[in-house]
Design a protein around this ligand. Structure first.
Ligand code: OSB
Ligand code: MG
Length: 369
């Protein structure tokens, strides 16, 4: 494959409902779409950075800069035998995984489309449907949280994750266990605690949670290992794992017993496959995280989730929870059984509604060989 054209589009899309985590609340999403083209064939990827640097150091603006000024000049006009060859080639640029992933994932879509196969097959996936869970943000009240949980369980989702922070943790989990019994439940702190809070986190041990996601700092592994030794509940790492090597270190130190895979965080599909395989070799289950993606990034996530070690329901849910309308047609839906069907067409296998993309576009840039 030889990428002859790269198009960047910055969009702003209102969320159906605000989303609040320990690092803040958002009402809309800044989205960077990357299209790559080779001889009239195209592929599309979505950068998962947001307008702010609160989940990760990257933002849509830093990703724009890195892609336009560094990644595009590196890849334009160069022959790649396979999309797997792209990430190693981009290693000259340090960090900026979300920027790298957006381009790399677009190239995987292009590759699969050109081969006439679904992206899931190109990635080595086998499932025809994936199990879906929901991530529920911090709510204004416990009553409001109970309503959200009720709605999502009625929609069929297989597990509930709630966002927590100091002051919105024990009370929320206690309420859910008393109102909804043994529903598969987990919590995500997005780095809101310190090791000194171990006692507060130990109090969660009695609630039989599937896992506690990213309790400590975004770049920490050592303290997670110390915390895990004091907790019965498995720790799952999200923010702390920026590379496959981070994951090797975390596994070696027993800093996590579950891993959240997000291709944007780790540099793309090829790195995600490596991370998935590493975890499998160590008997560590993985699940697919979410970054409030539009249908484009969501479709990529669905395809990646078809690999065999994605044994836990992910944060990959239906379009209608995020955008109405989504950028794709038909939208992604969840079945009554809490599963999402994997698109069967070539590449990501969803139709992008160009008019909706155009209407939401703030800025557009094209680079050619
Ligand atoms: O930590 O998993 C996270 C959303 C934005 C940034 C970080 C996270 C999340 C979610 C939402 O939990 C998952 C989703 O529904 O897409
Ligand atoms: Mg998380």
């Amino acid at each position: 494959m030889r990428i002859e054209r790269i198009e960047l589009r910055l969009l702003r899309l209102p969320l159906v409902r605000f989303f609040e985590t320990s690092f803040g609340r958002i009402d809309d999403r800044s989205v960077l779409l990357v299209t790559v083209e080779d001889d009239g064939a195209i592929g599309i990827g979505e950068c998962v950075a947001d307008a702010h640097p609160y989940y990760s150091a990257e933002t849509t603006r830093t990703a724009w800069h890195i892609i336009a000024d560094f990644i595009a000049p590196l890849v334009l006009g160069r022959e790649f035998p396979h999309p797997q060859a792209i990430h190693p080639f981009l290693q000259v640029v340090r960090g900026h995984n979300m920027a790298k992933a957006a381009v790399e994932m677009a190239a995987w879509d292009l590759f699969a489309r050109a081969a006439g196969i679904p992206l899931s097959h190109a990635l080595g996936g086998t499932r025809q449907a994936i199990e879906s869970g929901v991530s529920i943000g911090i709510q204004p009240s416990l009553e409001g949280l109970a309503e959200r949980v009720q709605v999502e369980l009625e929609a069929g989702y297989r597990r509930v994750k709630i966002k927590i922070k100091p002051g919105w943790d024990l009370s929320a989990v206690t309420m859910i266990r008393s109102r909804f019994g043994g529903v598969p439940l987990m919590v995500d702190a997005n780095g809101a605690y310190r090791l000194a809070d171990a006692g507060q986190l130990q109090a969660l041990d009695e609630f039989d949670l599937l896992m506690i996601e990213q309790p400590l700092d975004y770049d920490d592994i050592r303290d997670h290992a110390r915390l895990q030794s004091r907790l019965r509940t498995p720790i799952c790492l999200d923010e702390s794992l920026h590379t496959v090597r981070d994951a090797e270190e975390a596994i070696e130190l027993d800093a996590c017993r579950v891993i959240n895979v997000k291709p944007g965080r780790i540099g793309g599909h090829a790195q995600s496959i490596e991370l998935h395989d590493l975890a499998a070799r160590h008997g560590i289950p993985v699940w697919h995280g979410g970054m409030l993606e539009t249908g484009i990034g969501r479709a990529h996530n669905i395809h990646l989730s078809t690999l065999p070690n994605f044994t836990l329901p992910g944060d990959v849910a239906a379009s209608r929870r995020y955008y109405a309308p989504d950028l794709i047609e038909p939208e992604i839906v969840v079945s009554r059984e809490g599963t999402i069907a994997v698109p069967t067409g070539p590449g990501i296998g969803v139709h992008v509604v160009q008019q909706r993309v155009n209407d939401a576009t703030i800025e557009c840039l094209e680079k050619r060989v």
